[in-house]
Design a binder for this molecule. Structure first.
Ligand code: FES
Ligand code: FES
Length: 224
């Protein structure tokens, strides 16, 4: 059974989120006019706009109460202090925020946290086993597949998803029509480029990123 943590910052984070959105109790209390009838409304409004939920992040269960508009990316970075996933565009365009949700990659900036209640999220911080890096992390280092590193956590989480999708037989846009159905998809360089195309790198480290993913897929007997 997973340990259950209620982070000490849950209340503070909720207040911070409310302050950002300008709709929380703290914010409204500061602007409400005096009077007992009016003072009760902000708290009621804040309660209506928040929900309690549990997110399992990197093996730890977090009980959170969140404004309904809070994204998973903001939960990770601002409430849980997991800053590996990056906010590049905040619009689902760059992939810098990629994490794994129940084993499938997703842009966390597009996910509302309240819709992920009970799900298991893995971030770049959760890939290593103690001091031992994930094979993709090692491959990125060995191939020097980064420059500034801003996109790298998303690239690596996305690559973890790619390997699993290929192993599970999910075809891509470039998978040959006559490829065997249902079996693992061989990850050619073309397949890796296509499947990683949602993760942008402003530094242009693409050639080495592809090499790193290909190295690991080769080690796993999935490359051709
Ligand atoms: S920050 Fe999520 S896709 Fe760019
Ligand atoms: S390494 Fe700089 S954005 Fe990719």
């Amino acid at each position: 059974m997973q340990p259950t943590n209620q982070p000490a910052d849950a209340g503070g984070a909720r207040a911070a989120g409310a302050a950002r959105s300008g709709t929380g109790a703290g914010t409204r209390a500061g602007t409400a006019t005096a009077g007992p009838a009016r003072s009760a409304r902000p708290a009621e409004a804040a309660a209506e706009q928040s929900s309690a939920l549990v997110l399992h992040v990197n093996g730890t269960a977090y009980e959170l109460t969140l404004d309904h508009r809070t994204t998973v990316l903001d939960v990770l970075r601002e409430h849980l202090g997991l800053t590996g996933a990056k906010k590049g565009c905040d619009h689902g365009q760059c992939g810098a925020c990629t994490v794994l949700v129940d084993g499938r990659r997703a842009n966390s900036c597009l996910l509302l946290a309240v819709a992920q209640d009970g799900r298991h999220i893995t971030t770049i911080e959760g890939l290593a086993h103690g001091e031992r890096l994930h094979p993709l992390q090692e491959a990125f280092v060995e191939r020097d597949a980064l420059q500034c590193g801003y996109c790298t956590p998303g690239q690596i989480c996305s690559a973890v998803g790619v390997l699993q999708e290929a192993a599970d037989g999910f075809p891509s846009h470039v998978t040959p029509a006559d490829a065997p159905q249902g079996g693992p998809v061989q990850l050619t360089v073309e397949e890796i480029r296509e499947r990683m195309s949602g993760n942008l790198c402003r530094c242009g480290a693409y050639p080495r990123i592809v090499e790193a993913v290909h190295d690991v897929s080769t080690d796993q007997g999935m490359a051709s």
